[in-house]
Design a protein around this ligand. Sequence first.
Ligand SMILES: [Zn+2]
Length: 468
Amino acid sequence: MYRILMFILSIGFCQNIIFTDFFTDNTLRFDYFHSGVADTERVSLDELRLEGAWPGSKTNLIDDMYLGLYRFEVVDLELDKVIYACAFASIFGEWQTTGEAADGVWRTFHESQRFPEPKQPFRLILKKHNLDGSYFTIYDTEHNPVSRFVNRSPLLNNNKVWRIFNNGLAEKKVDILILGEGYRKDDMKQFKKDAKHLISVMFDTEPFKSRKSDFNVWAIDVFSREIGISNPHQNIWKKSALDLRFNSFDSDRYVLTFANKNLREIAAQAPYDAMMIIFNDPKYGGGGIYNLWSTVSSLSSQADYVFVHEFGHSFASLADEYYTSDVAYQVSLPEYELNEPNVTALFDPENLKWKHLVEEGTPIPTPWGQNAYDSIAVVYQQKRQQMIADGVNVDKLESLFEELKQSTIPMLKSQKYYGKVGAFEGGGYLAKGLYRPEIDCIMFSRNRSEFCKVCSEAIEKMIDWYVK
Ligand SMILES: [Zn+2]
């Protein structure tokens, strides 16, 4: 009995990293440049940057979910042991699937990974998923915490950080940081109102509603010189603080910033596990990348919906379940199962990855009125594209959203398996060959204000990661 107990204890010891044995209380940020074309990538060091207190978990230090396209590992040099690991997706990884990258045009994006500051020399490793789920290493270098490459200069201290709500120590909570973009100094009242409103919508949505006590929400006042953000296709250029812009990768509504270093220096003034950027612009748009950040236009009539949808991407690595909208990526049928929790290629229907949520008697794949839905949604997309090409005003585009809702909601709700978990064909930008868990979900359409059960479960798992 004693031997068995010792054996179990020793296994436990091997897997657990005692935080104080390896780390100081501070955060280090690994800043690097990620360059390449579709089939080649290079990573080069910018610097290591000392930030404030480590806001992440001090018990869950090695990611075991393996989501996203990339994995970041910190290895203790002397023990040759992984002491910290996280998974993430990146702008570079998305860009690699665009036509520009396929054409062989080299581009560079700045990226950062944050981790607790090691006490001893360490290696930093970046790995990328192969299609079959295995990894290959794209960066591996040794670092010394006392080297000249660690920038220990004082952090910015010129933006006011305030709480929307606080439930306890950062290391035991998911800390969300809201940043405002395209708000002038005179617009701070509006920023406060918008931030509080969008957060209240999110925490009225399950599973966030039931798990509210596991979160802290911070906001930071960031001043832009002008209202709104840039829109390169329309030749609108704004001097905004975080350099957010529409038309990322040539998708009209896709809003990203490529000024990562600037953003990180501003954000470092607050504790955060997840960033959400709300921008002061009436045009519909947003974006969300796993373990990076999400963006949403706070003035669009769809802001409430987009805010929650994009956080699904950035927080829990949820895939888009829709497939009728145009996207910038070159999408093809996967040869291997995808690692996002809420879409499947259904190579093995008997072992559907969310089968524990499927009620007995639900056929897999699950029938639904896809032809009827497509006939409405495809016409809508054509209309929308034409309106964007004609440069019609924002209000007209917004009323089109409403039209689509009115015609698709009754159709979807009348389906036999509405509200049930199954495997419904159409998802992840593909009408055929990829399947989603429910007929409707926040990740599928703007109709529904709830996540499907599979998405909810994935979000809860991620919350647990930060707080347990
Ligand atoms: Zn879903």
